[in-house]
Design a protein around this ligand. Sequence first.
Ligand code: SAM
Length: 240
Amino acid sequence: MPETPLSLPPLTPSTLYLVATPIGNLEDITLRALRTLKECDVVAAEDTRHTGQLLKHYGITKPLISYFRFNEAKRSAEIVGRLQRGEKVALVTDAGSPGISDPGERVVRTAIQAGFRVESIPGPCALVAALTASGSPTDEFHFAGFLPHKSAARRKALEKLKAFSGTLVLYESPFRIEKLLVELSDIFPQSRVVLARELTKRFEEFLRGSPTELLALQQNRVLKGEFVVMISEEKPAKTI
Ligand code: SAM
């Protein structure tokens, strides 16, 4: 890897850096993300073991603190304390862009409220990778992240989402993908759905069809991996 040119400005003290990391393929990390991880004082990670492996892969040794959903209030205060002491803090989550459907959001708000600078080091995001290659309309889309887990709340949320025009984008786990396809068959029966799974990985796949076609496919051949689901009225550019 080439040395960082001397002309690049150093990181700014008392700044929270949101560093996007790969969603599967380890090559998907920017030069700026690597430099930020090298030059920061501490990395706040959703899973320190997972991020430790990522840092090791790139030959980076850095103190790690854990930051996840169940300690975010306490850790947000601790991170603000570090920013007050002039530290440069890099926030990373398990995959993709911190703050998108993961615990990054709270610390960003806390840091901004406390008057600190927050800088985004852009990079991979499952939502963007999936939507742009889906063939679904991209001029207008509504990202709703994960649906609630309980059946009644999910159906209510989906009914509400019918009001939006453009492409509806959801995140879904392999454990609930079949349930989601059943719900879409009932609530969005006429829609065109694209399932993007295992993005940037060896078995990356885009599956396109109506909710019932995809449900039949899932029942025939259990689909594994993490999913981004896109729902639109318009037929995608090409059906495979
Ligand atoms: N912050 C992340 C981002 O920028 O996309 C998202 C974090 S969220 C906790 C994890 C969800 O993102 C997964 O359940 C899945 O819906 C989606 N996701 C992440 N990586 C993915 C991949 N490689 N392929 C498909 N979906 C993925």
